[in-house]
Design a protein around this ligand. Structure first.
Ligand code: COA
Length: 260
């Protein structure tokens, strides 16, 4: 029996989704893109899932890019469709109403960095290397790399990484703002799970409001973004969790949130 290319496993309220093609350094072919989309759809629809952690199988790679062997023979129309397939899946992840943490356990190159960048937080092992090496293949980033890297790290870093195709180590990625934290490889899983547990105990509807504010408000003019934030702020006053969070503070106890 062949192994599934994407695995999903629950650790309490945290769903761990793993790209599972370690012999190909978890390269993304069309089937893997579709399996990831399905896995994230399932996570979105399952109320018991509060947080998602995304990682790659094996000791070497998060994801080493789009599958070069599969891309080699594509026609222009197929190439465009392949880009749109990846972009749709990654936009779905980016707009998921629950936090998604990329556990960057090794190479995150090309489509791999693009996949990490559509997640809401990125924690990298100190052994990780990230880059947009498409130029070395005569390609252009196709799963949103030129757009999300620009928004995350700015024009200078985006042009440097995309034009040279040179990968950078985790420390430099941190300096450029591409990853949130770098931790020793041996501590990566524990660190990410602790962060995931912290987010899983937060008020889910407020988390969703924050994600919406950043995803949608962040792309608008400041007046529209602020109006959107005020609307989200007002909306959480309709939740039991907001009453619980404020009451718990006043009563000097730990809040318990139920997502209502
Ligand atoms: N697409 C398809 N297969 C890939 C791949 C990719 N993006 N990245 C790695 N693989 C495959 C290799 O072809 C190899 O398969 P094989 O054993 O059947 O020959 C296997 O994964 C292991 O990779 P290998 O290159 O032998 O490992 P390495 O440790 O020597 O090098 C990398 C690691 C990441 C530096 C190297 O694999 C690489 O440069 N990959 C491509 C990165 C890239 O350009 N990504 C952007 C694509 S748009």
């Amino acid at each position: 029996m062949t192994e599934p290319v994407v695995l999903s496993q629950d650790r309490g309220p945290v769903r761990v989704i793993t790209v599972n093609r370690p012999d190909k350094l978890n390269a993304l072919d069309a089937d893997t893109l579709d399996a990831l989309h399905d896995a994230f759809r399932a996570a979105a629809g399952d109320e018991a899932v509060r947080v998602v952690v995304l990682t790659g199988a094996g000791p070497k790679a998060f994801v080493a890019g789009a599958d070069i062997a599969r891309m080699n023979a594509l026609t222009p129309v197929q190439g465009r469709d392949f880009a749109l397939r990846g972009q749709r899946m990654m936009r779905f992840v980016e707009t998921l109403p629950k936090p998604v943490i990329a556990m960057v356990n090794g190479f995150a190159l090309g489509g791999g960095l693009e996949l990490a960048m559509c997640c809401h937080l990125r924690i990298a092992a100190d052994t990780a290397r990230v880059g947009q090496p498409e130029i070395n293949l005569g390609l252009v980033p196709g799963f949103g790399g030129s757009q999300r890297l620009l928004r995350l790290a700015g024009r200078a870093a985006t042009l440097e990484l995309c034009l040279t195709g040179t990968a950078v180590d985790a420390a430099r990625a941190l300096q450029l703002g591409i990853v949130n934290r770098v931790v020793p490889a041996a501590e990566l899983e524990a660190e990410v799970m602790a962060l995931a547990d912290q987010l899983a105990s937060a008020a889910p509807l407020a988390l969703r409001g924050i994600l919406d504010c950043v995803n949608f408000g962040g792309e608008c003019a400041i007046e529209e973004g602020l109006a959107y934030e005020a609307a989200q702020f007002g909306l959480v006053f309709s939740t039991d969790d907001m009453r619980e969070g404020t009451a718990a503070f006043l009563e000097r106890r730990k809040p318990v949130f139920h997502g209502r």
